[in-house]
Design a protein. Structure first.
Length: 636
C-alpha cells in the first residue's frame, strides 16, 4: 500500500514505482534457452544474485520464496532482520510486512462467503453494513466494484499509517470519513485502500466474527500459517520474530507500522507461510487436505479480467495480472513505508515467487529490487520465446501519434477534493514525443522510451512494459501503462492544473516575494530622502497580505513535512488553511481597493503595479480555491 506525501508526489506510483526505475547492472538479460527450474539451480542463482542486490540497493534484509508443483522449492533469507544485532533473516521465523499483498487474504475471505451464499458480488453492499455508502447518480456500489478497484472513490491518505500506536477499530475508521466519488462505479480504475477495508468490514459483519479471528480460523489455520497475523500490535508470541523496518541500510529502524485500515495491509507473516498461500492458489484452492476455495472460484479470481484498455492487462477478482515473457502471472504487490513486497503466481507453470524487503533502500532502490528479482527469474527460467512484434505503423504516423500523446497527465488514483489535488499542478506525469517518433516518460529520475507497434499501442524499448491510449476525435482521453493499469490510468490534466496555471502560480508567488522584500527597501529609501508621508493604506494592506501569503506557504511546508514524517496535522493543516484564506482573499480585496484609486489617478507605473497586484491575488484565490488551500476540509 502506498502512503503519504512522497509516494503521492510521484502520482501515487509508489504502489509499484520500482518498476519505473532503470534496470540495474545485476539484472539478468533475456536469453533464448531456459534454465531448468530446480532447487539446486534456483538456490545457486539466488545466492549469487541477492547479496550484491541488497548491497547495491542499500537494503538490510530480504526474504525470497519459490514454490513449484505444490511444494516449496527454495525459501531463503538474505541479509539481516536487525542490522544492529546482525540477526539474519530466517524465512521460517522472521516476519515481514507485505503491505497491500494482504488484500489477497481479504479477497479470499470475501469469496469464501460468496461460495456460502452469504455475499453477492453484484448486490448493493449497503445491505451488509451498518452505515450508508452513498450511491453515484443512483448507481449502487458493489463488492465487484471493490474487488476490481473500480469503485470511483478518491484516495484517502490521512492517518493511513502510524508508528507504534494502538490498533484501530475498523468500523470507526470507515464511518468517520467516506471518500467522495471521482467516477461512476465500474467505469474507471482507482486503487482504494478504503474500499478494500470496507470489504473486510463486510466479512466481519456477515461472518459474525472479528476480521482477525475470521482470517485466522478460515485461512491461516487450514493453510498451516502459524506465523502470520493481521493483528496490530503484534501478539506477544510473535513480537520477537518481527523484522525491523529501515528507511535505508545504516539508518535507524522506525518502529512497527500500524495500518489504520487493517484489511488493506496489516498482515505480518514469514516467507514460508506466504509460500503456503501461493501453493493453495496453485493447487486450485487446496493445501494438503484442506480446501479453502473451490477450484472454479480460484479460476474465476484469476481469469475474470476487468480491463481499462482493450489490449493491456487488467485485474481479476482481487488478483491483478502481470504477465511476463508470454507467461501468465497473477498476484499482488504491496508497500508500506518500510517494507516492499511482491507475490507472483504463474498458474500455467505451477510456480510461485514471493519477495519482500525490509527497507526502501538508497534512493528507493529497495522498491525496484523485488521487481528486478521477478524479471531476472522470468528471464532465466521462463524466457520469452515469442518473435519480436513487427510494427504496423509507419514513421510519419508514429510521429503524429507521439505528438498527440505528448503532454501532462494525472492519475485516476488521486484526490480532487483536498489540497493534495495540487500534485497534478506541481508534479504531473509528463509524456514527451521524441524526434524519431517514439514517446518517453520521465519519472523518478529515470526515462522509459516506447515505440509504437500498432495504432496508439506502444511497447517499451529494452523493457517489458506496454502502453495504450484511448483516442477520440484526434484527442487522447486517457492512457494506461502496464503493470499499473489495474490500479489507475492517466488523464490529461485540466486547465487549472496545467502548465499555464503553474506558470501563473509561480509568477504570482514571485510577485508576493518581491513585494515583501521591497517593502523594507522602500521604507529605507523614504527615510533617506526625508519623505515622512506614509504609504496609502491600500498599498500597506497589499504588502501585509503579501507577507502573510509567504507565511501561508511556510505553513503549507510544515503540513507537507508532517505528512512525509507521518506527523499529526490536526493543528498545522487548519492553521495553514486559515492563514491562506486571510492572505489570498484579503490580498485580493486590498488589491481591488488599491486599483480603484491607482487606475483612476495614478501614473503608468502605478497603474501597472496595481494591475500586477490585482492579477497576482486573483490567480492565488482561483488556484487556492481550485486546489483546496482555501478550504476547511480536514481530510486528505
Amino acid at each position: 500500500m502506498k502512503t503519504l506525501f512522497k509516494p503521492l508526489c510521484v502520482l501515487a506510483l509508489a504502489l509499484c514505482a520500482g518498476t519505473l526505475l532503470q534496470r540495474p547492472a545485476w539484472a539478468a538479460s533475456p536469453t533464448a534457452a531456459a534454465h531448468e527450474l530446480n532447487a539446486t539451480d534456483a538456490e545457486a542463482w539466488l545466492d549469487g544474485l541477492m547479496p550484491s542486490a541488497l548491497h547495491q540497493a542499500g537494503v538490510p534484509g530480504a526474504v525470497v520464496v519459490l514454490v513449484k508443483d505444490g511444494k516449496p522449492l527454495v525459501q531463503k533469507g538474505y541479509g539481516y532482520s536487525d542490522w544492529a544485532k546482525l540477526t539474519p533473516v530466517n524465512p521460517e521465523r522472521t516476519l515481514f510486512r507485505p503491505g497491500s499483498t494482504s488484500k489477497l487474504f481479504t479477497w479470499t475471505a470475501v469469496m469464501q462467503l460468496v461460495e456460502q451464499g452469504k455475499l453477492d458480488l453484484d448486490a448493493d453492499l449497503n445491505q451488509y453494513i451498518d452505515f450508508k455508502i452513498p450511491s453515484y447518480n443512483g448507481k449502487a456500489l458493489t463488492l465487484r466494484h471493490v474487488m476490481t478497484h473500480t469503485t470511483g472513490f478518491e484516495e484517502v491518505a490521512r492517518d493511513l499509517l502510524t508508528y507504534d500506536t494502538p490498533g484501530p477499530d475498523l468500523g470507526s475508521v470507515l464511518k468517520r470519513y467516506i471518500p467522495p466519488y471521482l467516477y461512476e462505479p465500474g467505469t474507471t480504475p482507482g486503487y482504494s485502500n478504503y474500499a478494500t477495508s470496507l470489504a473486510g468490514y463486510i466479512v466481519q459483519r456477515v461472518s459474525g466474527q472479528p476480521f482477525d479471528d475470521y482470517i485466522e480460523q478460515h485461512i491461516f489455520k487450514p493453510l498451516d500459517m502459524k506465523n502470520a497475523t493481521f493483528r496490530q500490535p503484534l501478539p506477544k508470541a510473535l513480537e520477537a520474530q518481527m523484522s525491523q523496518g529501515y528507511p535505508a541500510v545504516g539508518e535507524k529502524p522506525k518502529g512497527f507500522e500500524v495500518i489504520s485500515m487493517p484489511p488493506a495491509g496489516s498482515l505480518s507473516a514469514t516467507g514460508a507461510d506466504m509460500g503456503h498461500f501461493m501453493i493453495a492458489f496453485l493447487q486450485q484452492g487446496k493445501y494438503g487436505e484442506n480446501q479453502i476455495l473451490k477450484p472454479e472460484t480460484v479460476q474465476l479470481m484469476h481469469t475474470k479480467l476487468t480491463k481499462p484498455l482493450p489490449d493491456l492487462l487488467g485485474i481479476g477478482l482481487g488478483f491483478y495480472q502481470q504477465d511476463i515473457n508470454g507467461h501468465r502471472v497473477v498476484g499482488h504487490g504491496g508497500d508500506t513505508v518500510l517494507f516492499h513486497t511482491d507475490l507472483l503466481i504463474f498458474p500455467d507453470d505451477g510456480v510461485g515467487l514471493y519477495v519482500s524487503v525490509n527497507s526502501g533502500g538508497t534512493e528507493g532502490r529497495g522498491k525496484w529490487l523485488r521487481d528486478r528479482v521477478f524479471e531476472s527469474f522470468a528471464d532465466r527460467y521462463l524466457p520469452d520465446q515469442r518473435p519480436a512484434t513487427k510494427p504496423e505503423v509507419d514513421e510519419t504516423t508514429a510521429k503524429q501519434h507521439a505528438q498527440m500523446l505528448a503532454g501532462a497527465y494525472r492519475t485516476t488514483r488521486r484526490e480532487d477534493s483536498t489540497f493534495l489535488s495540487l500534485l497534478a499542478l506541481l508534479s504531473p506525469l509528463r509524456v514527451q514525443a521524441t524526434e524519431d517518433g517514439k514517446v518517453a516518460i520521465d519519472l523518478a529520475g529515470s526515462r522509459g522510451v516506447f515505440h509504437e507497434v500498432k495504432p496508439f499501442f506502444w511497447e517499451e524499448e529494452h523493457g517489458k512494459r506496454r502502453l495504450q491510449a484511448k483516442v477520440e476525435n484526434g484527442r487522447v482521453l486517457n492512457f494506461g501503462l502496464e503493470p499499473y493499469e489495474f490500479a489507475f490510468i492517466f488523464e490529461p490534466v485540466p486547465a487549472l492544473a496545467g502548465t499555464t496555471a503553474l506558470v501563473l502560480f509561480c509568477a504570482s508567488l514571485a510577485t508576493v516575494v518581491l513585494t515583501s522584500l521591497l517593502w523594507p527597501v522602500a521604507a529605507v529609501l523614504r527615510r533617506r530622502h526625508g519623505i515622512t508621508a506614509k504609504p496609502p493604506m491600500p498599498v500597506s494592506a497589499v504588502r501585509w497580505a503579501s507577507v502573510l501569503s509567504l507565511v501561508a506557504l511556510v505553513l503549507w511546508g510544515v503540513v507537507v513535512a508532517g505528512l512525509d514524517d507521518l506527523k499529526d496535522t490536526t493543528l498545522s493543516l487548519p492553521l495553514a488553511q486559515i492563514v491562506t484564506l486571510v492572505a489570498f482573499v484579503g490580498g485580493l480585496l486590498a488589491a481591488l481597493w488599491h486599483a480603484k484609486t491607482a487606475l483612476r489617478e495614478g501614473g503608468l507605473a502605478s497603474r501597472g503595479l496595481a494591475l500586477a497586484w490585482l492579477a497576482t491575488f486573483a490567480v492565488l484565490v482561483v488556484l487556492g480555491i481550485a486546489h483546496h488551500m482555501i478550504s476547511f476540509n480536514q481530510w486528505y
